[in-house]
Design a protein around this ligand. Structure first.
Ligand SMILES: *Cc1c(COP(=O)(O)O)cnc(C)c1O
Length: 384
């Protein structure tokens, strides 16, 4: 039997390895010059005067983002149940409440036609999630937000690089965009994330809260009478800074972001072509030539395909292929279900997507042979 084909694998080159070794030899292990460079490179990648604030995870970044826009206990934040729990848990960190809105029936993103019905006087923000790397309908979301005076924080954990209406995610008019560099994401630092904003006040707050609420603002090295070691603590902040070891990886991963996207797109097209005749709903594509980051290749099994989703994944595993499920919707997870008294049928599209969804292996180190193995296994499992 050939080697087990995992669901995801990072693509780390010699440049990343050499840069990490260089950092280890330099003596700068924690946040230092490499992190500064990674932030500058990331800001340049996004462009249009974006500020990039590195963090040790997207979860941390989402927390900082919501804190900086002033989310407080009792507030409501609109998102979908079809996401990783991190998107909603950070709302709870602040004592606020996520309000879930179902996803569309034809993709895995928030159904923008259902957002307004979920808005109450307590609603402060919308957190759209670009699931799999396909952009949400940001034009609709930003216009609803504007109409109701809401903030928008994009969970772009899957969306590097993704475009919406021809503009890179990170360049739209939302308040903050948060990226993840977790090991399975489109670029990785092992663990890590980036907060991007064009609002200097929000950037400043995120920077201060990222590191213990420390501020050196009062310190000007030409005019201040305070010494270089001095700092002020202005809030009970967090410990969310990224290390130079992680940034060493990120600097080189970022350079490959577009190459990785092209490879992923080609791989998605390969699957599309070779799975087209099967009882499978293929993943939705972007509209109008927009870029899809293809973090995930998320198929849905048709009801008449002859095998349950769970059996399908088990059979694929027996055939040496790792698959995954994105996502187990939050409204059926014990904590969210019990805290907000949610029923499975409350979010019918999210539930139906979950019950039929399978994420196939998709990563830049996969070969055509690997993809052919996946296709052959799917055909065997479906008896085609
Ligand atoms: C991975 C992920 C996160 C969290 O990213 P971390 O960097 O692991 O904290 C948040 N939202 C979504 C949709 C994700 O997939």
């Amino acid at each position: 039997m050939p080697k087990f084909l995992p669901f995801a694998l990072p693509d780390i080159g010699e440049d990343e390895i050499n840069e990490v070794v260089n950092s280890l030899r330099s003596g700068w292990l924690t946040t230092g010059p490499k992190t500064k460079q990674f932030e500058a490179d990331f800001a340049a990648f996004i462009g249009e005067d974006a500020e990039a604030i590195s963090v040790n995870s997207a979860t941390a970044g989402l927390h900082l983002a919501l804190e900086s826009i002033g989310i407080e206990a009792g507030d409501e934040v609109i998102t979908t149940p079809y996401t990783f729990t991190a998107t909603a848990e950070v709302v709870r960190y602040l004592g606020a409440h996520p309000v879930f809105v179902d996803i569309s029936s034809d993709n895995f993103n928030i159904d923008v036609t259902k957002i307004e019905a979920a808005i109450t006087p307590k609603t402060k923000a919308i957190v759209p999630v670009h699931v799999a790397g396909l952009s949400c309908d940001m034009a609709a979301i930003l216009s609803i937000a504007k109409k109701h005076g809401l903030r928008v924080v994009e969970d772009a954990a899957h969306a590097l690089p993704t475009t919406c209406g021809g503009k890179l995610i990170g360049r739209l008019d939302s308040d903050i965009v948060v990226y993840s560099f977790y090991a399975t994401k489109t670029i990785t630092t092992g663990e890590g994330g980036m907060v991007v904003t064009r609002n200097p006040e929000l950037a400043k707050r995120c920077r201060v809260m990222r590191l213990h609420g420390m501020s050196r603002d009062a310190f000007d090295r030409y005019t201040s009478t305070k010494p270089a070691w001095h700092y002020d603590i202005i809030a009970p902040g967090f410990k969310y800074n990224l290390t130079d070891i992680a940034s060493s990886i990120g600097i080189h991963q970022l350079k490959k972001a577009w190459t990785f996207q092209q490879k992923r797109q080609q791989m998605a097209e390969f699957y599309d072509k070779h799975l087209a005749d099967l009882p499978i709903i293929l993943p939705p594509h972007s509209q109008n030539g927009d870029v899809h980051a293809w973090h995930l290749y998320a198929i849905r099994l048709q009801q008449d395909c002859g095998v349950s989703r769970n059996d399908f994944i088990q059979c694929m595993s027996d055939n040496g292929i790792g698959c995954s499920v994105h996502f187990i919707p939050l409204h059926i997870q014990p904590y969210w279900r019990d805290t907000y008294n949610l029923k499975p049928a409350d979010y019918p599209n999210a539930l139906a997507a979950y019950e039929s969804e399978v994420s196939l292996p998709l990563y830049t180190k996969m070969t055509t042979d690997d993809q052919e193995r996946v296709v052959a296994a799917i055909r065997a499992v479906l008896g085609r």
